[in-house]
Ligand binder design. Sequence first.
Ligand code: WTA
Length: 634
Amino acid sequence: MMKNKIARTFEEYYRIYRESVQDPEGFWSEIANSFEWRKPWDKVLEWDFMKPEVQWFIGGKLNITENCLDRHLKQKGDQTAIIWEPNDPKQPSLHISYKELHVRVCQFANALKNNGIEKGDRVCIYMPMVPELAVAVLACARIGAVHSVVFAGFSSRSLSERINDSTCKMVVTSDGGYRGDKILRLKDIVDEALLECPSVEKCIVLERTGESIEMEDGRDIWWDDAMEGMTDFCEPEIMDSEDLLFILYTSGSTGKPKGMVHTCGGYMVYTTYTFLNTFQYKPNEVYWCTADIGWITGHSYIVYGPLCAGATTMMFEGVPSWPDLGRFWETVDKHKVNIFYTAPTAIRALQKADPALVEKHDLDSLRVLGTVGEPINEEAWHWYHDKIGKGNCPVVDTWWQTETGGFMISPIAGLTPTKPAFATLPMPGVQLAIMDQDGKEEKGNVVEGRLCIKFPWPSMARTIYGDHKRFYDTYFSGFSKKYFTGDGCRRDEEGYYRITGRVDDVIIVAGHNLGTAEIENAIDEHENVCETAVVGFPHDIKGNAIYAFVNTYHKPKDEEALKGEILDLVSRIVGPIAKPEKIMFVSGLPKTRSGKIMRRILRKVAEGNTQDLGDISTLLNPDIVEELIDENIR
Ligand code: WTA
């Protein structure tokens, strides 16, 4: 039973953790037994990190939507599954019951089938945060189609690249989306992307903003027309535990995004269990995760985990800063939110706002606060804990990744004594290792190094879509028989973990992972740009911001104009979230004798710390450093 595995005291956490390490198969099969399977598994786990190959609940058959929806109908049919809070607080919010959600998902699943989608087909979803986004995701899962949700802030180029990488047969989108006082013309972006996407046969378009858009005959269908006449039951496709559930792209250290593949059985078991255990969710509580479903946080902890757990989960269409910076707090009171889960970048932005925007709200319903996406600084942690939680709500700092599918290191709400900026302790079933430079595991408590995981957990990504070698190279080649996270980490005398940040070429800007190469490639497309290097530097609100060092062919006549052109390029090619905060034009980049760009030096310059550049004697072109320093001061 899953119940016995949900800790109720801190001592129990340790007991459960020990059990999960001593007998992982017994541990996870007991949890998995609380779900509905059409056929039980034959074997719990098979794994080999050398290949790497990982399979959980082998031979088990299920459909995740039966667990998210059907099994709740009897007892919770009328309970709210999704609360939807629209962009404009003056518009009505929606409460969608499990019964209604079930009907809508079934109808849209039938609409997908009716438009030629079958088990295994890939469907790209590019939508604003409206209930239909969750419906589309679940409808794909209902019929065994593989969804690939692309965050609606990505450009047409990024969208087409992702559609083509997994040869999607269909795109589900909307005419537009609201974001604060802005309207995003999503269908225009899709139209441009689809010029380059030969695999896409149909595009279903939800009407959201009522903008006038182009509809291509034979390809584009309105959502309402597709739903017309669809019956309200759809027989779930019976999936193998290891069949694909979804693909979600994440930025990597080379230019091409990685399509992380998640499968049905283990993902369901792990996200549901961690949701219940970490937040200590109690029946009828209102849970609000402010992420977008375009990211893993939304997949695992707005849609699948909470719905499988029979929770009430909220979807928010808008932004934290509109109509004013009190929107989150106003919404917490409006819906009596008990568990609130957001990102450090949002917390830092709200912390700087007028305190009256917090103080005028009660916030008494709050019981647990959560954070995710990047290290939270102590000041933000304290503000969140004191001003939002009024000292009464545990802050669960959840460390995890698109690749891990679910929480890996986190306090258990109310049980684990918290420590600001520490993600604290591993979840049951998670076996961590901190590695030194030479690839040896650092035993003992007080150590710092690279964070690895040495035993499989059910929701880990199984591969990179279409590129298993890259999966191995990226995550399993660095440290033998271990999954390498890409993060640095410290462990203290109590055995608590503190994530120190990325140690690879991924920069987290306002909670979004961006690959340096992706941005560099975009800037390099400018005709006057010869070479670019991009690094991160600390930023008060965004955590990090982007600094681009751009080597031009000809000295720019008008630097401001060229900067504008570069920002446009990045916006168009990657997306507005990737725009550099600062650009410096240089006549060369510092390089080692083997031709590698010395990013270490660029990072120092970007931080404004030019005193302590370390050893530059091995540079091919030491003169360039003087130029960088002069430019920075200028
Ligand atoms: C970072 C988001 C510190 C980390 C779920 C990780 C964090 C990357 C935390 C994954 C946290 C996420 N403390 N750092 N609580 N949570 N990160 O794939 O660098 O968008 O590797 O998944 O975010 O980002 P992703």
